[in-house]
Design a binder for this molecule. Structure first.
Ligand code: ATP
Ligand code: MG
Length: 434
């Protein structure tokens, strides 16, 4: 993409309510803009990042044998009456009515709709197991939409639902999804922990959350220094007041708090802050029973499906990457999430030699299907450099005065180091890095 043609409205000012770095930098970097409380538009850069994350999620799920579907976002209220959630979900559920006064819901999640779709279409144990997912808009009328994409009212979620003929098979799929999610988070380049979550009535191993470690995380988790054990404090403490008190504390304050208990492996436990980016849950027969969704077992007996559910906050992940990877100048995208991996910056576009090399390198990388931005704008070098730092391209090739001596500079966003490279070597160097 030529920067002169791109719609990337970067700004110096962050919105006054933006307290988190991800919120500030995603708005300032021209990735997103706010449409209303908890409602965001994805501008071109934001859209590219969102799609990259979506593609990685889809790739790993498809490889694990899941089927992608797309359910209607608007759902009749009758569906929610069947499970009782039209009563229990409260005000998070946004209702609308049509011209005939029929009531509908903007889906906050889709257990009921997915069970309805499978019901009567899957009738035999021979058709099981089945894992269906979608990556689709959700609407939750959150009491406090805040922190930009972290807690929106409209957001993008991957929601998956699996159907089984036995509890053992459901647990097998649950473990498979845990491993699949680990692959997804690893590919995204995130530092994360899988932790035991509060699973209410189901208990035990029935619920796990995937937390992106970040000082600004809303949740408090306990992790072991020696093994991979981790737990959300909601899962290990009963005392609501204590949980609230710990969640109120900053990351720094938590580091001062000693944990006297040891991990069962003997390792030291410590508090960390996490962003809940994924959640996997053993549901059992709660929804299949409520919606009378049965299959016939080997003996021809009707039984409700055993189910599990699996969620990833796709748009929350966009913000999580930045919460974990930023500095005072702006975003630092991981290689897998960067909207463009290389930015070619011509220092002075009136200099014919600089422009020619820039153009050549740009077209060559483009020809290799490398995601490359070509900063061909008239603006001053300092301005363009600040812009590149704010947006957070992993690498910028600076074509400037040194070109007279056959040299360009390679700027690494994460380390902020500049290395001089011979013009003849720059193409190979880029291929090596990405
Ligand atoms: P939270 O405790 O943060 O409200 P939740 O327990 O309500 O999350 P789930 O119902 O498990 O979330 O939804 C699956 C995933 O969707 C979450 O792990 C999270 O990543 C994402 N998510 C939930 N609510 C929001 C929101 N308001 N904005 C953006 N992402 C969200
Ligand atoms: Mg919630």
């Amino acid at each position: 993409m030529r920067r002169s043609r791109a719609f990337i409205p970067t700004t110096k000012e962050a919105p006054s309510d933006a307290t988190l770095p991800s919120h500030q930098f995603l708005v300032r970097g021209g990735f997103i803009n706010q449409q209303g409380a908890g409602l965001y538009n994805f501008m071109p850069l934001g859209k590219i990042v969102l799609e990259k994350i979506r593609a990685i999620v889809k790739d790993e799920l498809d490889k694990a044998g899941c089927n992608e579907v797309q359910l209607s976002f608007v759902t009749p209220i009758g569906l929610w009456d069947k499970s009782g959630r039209s009563e229990t979900m409260g005000k998070e559920m946004l209702r609308i009515s049509d011209r005939h006064d029929n009531d509908f819901v903007l889906s906050p999640t889709n257990e009921e709709a997915m069970v309805e779709m499978v019901k009567n279409r899957v009738t035999s144990y021979k058709d099981l197991p089945l894992n269906l997912y979608q990556i689709n808009t959700k609407f939750r009328d959150e009491a406090r939409p805040r922190y930009g994409l972290m807690r929106g009212r409209e957001f993008l979620m991957k929601d998956g639902y699996s159907f089984h003929s036995s509890t053992e098979d459901m647990v097998r799929e649950f473990n498979l999804m845990e491993n699949t999610y680990k692959k997804i988070f690893t590919r995204l380049g995130l530092d994360f922990r899988v932790v035991e979550a509060d699973s209410g009535a189901i208990g035990g191993e029935g619920s796990k959350e995937f937390h992106v470690l970040a000082d600004s995380g809303e949740d408090t988790i306990v992790i072991c220094d020696s093994c991979d054990y981790g737990a959300n404090i909601e899962a290990i403490y009963d005392d609501e007041a204590k949980i609230d008190e710990l969640n109120e504390k900053s990351y720094e304050e938590l580091q001062e708090l000693p944990i006297t208990e040891k991990c069962s492996c003997g390792g030291k436990l410590s508090f960390k802050k996490g962003i809940e980016a994924g959640h996997i849950f053993q549901l059992g027969t709660k929804y299949s029973e409520a919606l009378e969704a049965n299959f016939n077992d080997e003996n021809g007996r009707a039984k409700p499906f055993e189910m599990a559910t699996f969620g990833i906050g796709v748009s929350r992940l966009v913000a999580s990457v930045i919460e974990q990877n930023h500095d005072e100048s702006g975003c630092i995208w991981t290689k897998a999430t960067a909207p463009y991996i290389v930015n070619i910056m011509v220092s002075n576009i009136k200099d014919e030699m600089q422009m020619t090399l820039g153009e050549e390198l740009y077209l060559k990388l483009l020809g290799d299907d490398i995601e490359v931005m070509f900063d061909d704008r008239k603006d001053r070098f300092g301005f363009k450099m600040k812009d590149a730092e704010l947006i957070g391209f992993p690498y910028t090739v600076i074509i400037g005065k040194e070109l007279e001596n056959g040299i360009v500079q390679l700027y690494d966003r994460a380390t902020k180091e500049k290395t001089s490279i011979n013009t003849g070597d720059i193409y190979n160097k880029i291929l090596e890095l990405i």
